[in-house]
Write a protein of this length. Structure first.
Length: 144
């Protein structure tokens, strides 16, 4: 029970912690009037992610990614940094405040996703994977 005005802020903050917080709708300075969801879908595809793969990368359900792309015009505050990092862009670029320089689409998205997972391994395991890759590269470079 809220007993005094001094504790209202605490209870409000606790209540807000339990809900997803969204930024207000941002009017993008882009001339093509691309919504946040359209931009997210375009950038996700350019980075070589499916909705499921991006969701797994940032730790949310694929349904949330689909919702962000199709249903909402308000970016999710808590997810912005993780989405931007996974896509290799800044939050300003994700929000459409700064342009995203075009980049070449990856040739093997699966390999790139696997390498991102290797980066998250403990140092000893990461080193073992890299030694194996190096040995295979050297073996097939001599045979080729």
């Amino acid at each position: 029970m809220i007993s005094s005005p001094e504790t209202w802020g605490y209870y409000l903050a606790c209540e807000m912690e339990e809900r997803e917080i969204f930024m207000p709708k941002i009017d993008s300075p882009r001339m093509d009037s691309e919504t946040f969801g359209q931009r997210l879908a375009r950038l996700r595809k350019a980075a070589g992610y499916s909705q499921r793969a991006l969701a797994a990368e940032i730790g949310i359900s694929h349904r949330m990614v689909a919702y962000y792309e199709a249903q909402t015009t308000r970016p999710p505050v808590r997810a912005l940094p993780a989405i931007a990092e996974a896509l290799g862009i800044t939050a300003d670029q994700l929000l459409g405040l700064k342009p995203v320089s075009p980049r070449k689409a990856p040739q093997n998205e699966r390999l790139l996703r696997q390498l991102r997972q290797v980066e998250k391994l403990p140092p000893r395991a990461r080193h073992a994977v890299l030694e194996t890759i190096q040995a295979l590269v050297e073996k097939y470079a001599l045979a080729g």
